[in-house]
Design a binder for this molecule. Sequence first.
Ligand SMILES: C[S@@+](CC[C@H](N)C(=O)[O-])C[C@H]1O[C@@H](n2cnc3c(N)ncnc32)[C@H](O)[C@@H]1O
Length: 188
Amino acid sequence: MNRHLQATGLTHYLLAKFLSKGQKAIDATAGNGQDTLFLAQTVGSSGLVYAFDIQERALLTTQKLLKKNNCLQQVKLILAGHEKINNFVQEPVQAIIYNLGYLPGSNKEIITQGETTLLSLQQGMKLLNSGGIIAVTVYPGHPGGRKEADLIDKYVISLSVQTWQVMKWNRVNGNTAKSPYVLFIYKN
Ligand SMILES: C[S@@+](CC[C@H](N)C(=O)[O-])C[C@H]1O[C@@H](n2cnc3c(N)ncnc32)[C@H](O)[C@@H]1O
């Protein structure tokens, strides 16, 4: 697929319109660090990114990538589940990225779980500035992924339009059931 049409490309493109230098952001699933790097470059050295992952290996890869790109100073790497956001972030943030599922090239059994993802999302939504945005890339195609996708969909559908605008980007041809999709959750 053309990279601009992939979930990551689209997420970065859109979030760049909402996030600027000096602001704060969260990467709730650091993984190999691509999203953390994007956030760190967007907020610059005067901003701050909180990056969570439960795997030390993921944070080490992320750290290396940030160092190579001279962005390490504006990132706090946190070895903890994103369901503990409240323990680590006590200030408003402008953007949050979730890239669910498993770490590519690693143990596919270590995946994000619907219940903890929801707990985290609810905490993140409270921290989000008005005018801020959350991007959640959801992968229904792997074992356990559909269950998580259903939980998240059910939750975001219930959100009040007074406060939230929730948009969904998804494939409409080909294997739609297994294709990743992105939810954008914007706070009015
Ligand atoms: C699809 S990967 C993220 C990809 C990453 N954003 C990137 O740009 O490379 C999903 C990551 O979520 C992590 N993860 C799983 N459960 C988690 C949790 N409760 N809190 C934080 N991270 C979690 C996994 O360890 C894995 O590294």
